[in-house]
Design a protein around this ligand. Structure first.
Ligand SMILES: C[S@@+](CC[C@H](N)C(=O)[O-])C[C@H]1O[C@@H](n2cnc3c(N)ncnc32)[C@H](O)[C@@H]1O
Length: 197
């Protein structure tokens, strides 16, 4: 896919307030994939319009991506964008709640970028699709800075969400099954958790 077309998908999504990963977070993810040449099979939870899946698939020709999206309109748009990018043979989209997705496959990388309140659920659900060495990457653990500054929000549901994200982040950093590095200032707060047992 030409870079101009990819930029078009990006700009159109931003214009329509589709919550793509922040640009510096995306750069971080791509750089991580470039550095880790062993990564071939990727699971993404939260396709939106397929932008991050397309960017990831472009890193190496032998990467295969399964990506999960619950919103039918996003899903349809993602299918179109992925077909335009001529990547339908390597990116498979699935419509439905990510936590209901069942497969026997094991992935090298599991990228979680969907409903923030469900991160713990996704993590436990997809443990069966990981092996020691599999890396989970979680975005949005800073929740646009709100997690670290509770005074910003007076809205009850936001406070609940913040609380859930904080709890998940604390849990992840203590979870002995993983070696986790948290990057608070990258993207919207990114954690890279490598399964070690
Ligand atoms: C932050 S966006 C994903 C952005 C995309 N990864 C990118 O950077 O191009 C989150 C997406 O997750 C989807 N989503 C929310 N809950 C979900 C769930 N339970 N299962 C699958 N997708 C979900 C939303 O509809 C939304 O499109």
């Amino acid at each position: 896919m030409k870079e101009s077309k990819l930029n078009e998908i990006h700009d159109e999504a931003r214009k329509n307030n589709i919550p793509l990963m922040k640009d510096d977070g995306m750069d971080f993810l791509i750089h991580y994939l470039e550095k880790h040449e062993n990564i071939r099979d990727i699971l993404e939870i939260g396709t939106a319009v397929g932008y991050s899946a397309i960017r990831m698939a472009q890193v190496r020709w032998d990467m295969r991506i399964d990506t999960l999206e619950v919103n039918p309109e996003m899903y349809e748009q993602a299918l179109e964008n992925i077909a335009d990018a001529e990547l339908s043979d390597r990116i498979t989209c699935w419509l439905g709640d990510g936590a209901q997705f069942e497969t026997e496959k094991k992935y090298d990388l599991i990228f979680v970028d969907a409903a923030k309140s469900q991160y713990r659920r996704y993590m436990e659900h997809f443990m069966r699709n990981s092996l020691p060495g599999t890396v989970f990457i979680f975005d949005n653990l800073a929740f646009h800075g709100i997690v670290d500054d509770n005074s910003i929000s007076h809205n009850r549901s936001t406070v609940q969400m913040v609380h859930k994200i904080l709890k998940f982040r604390e849990h992840l950093l203590k979870d002995e099954r993983f070696e986790t590095i948290y990057y608070p200032d990258t993207g919207d707060g990114i954690a890279v958790a490598k399964r070690i047992k």
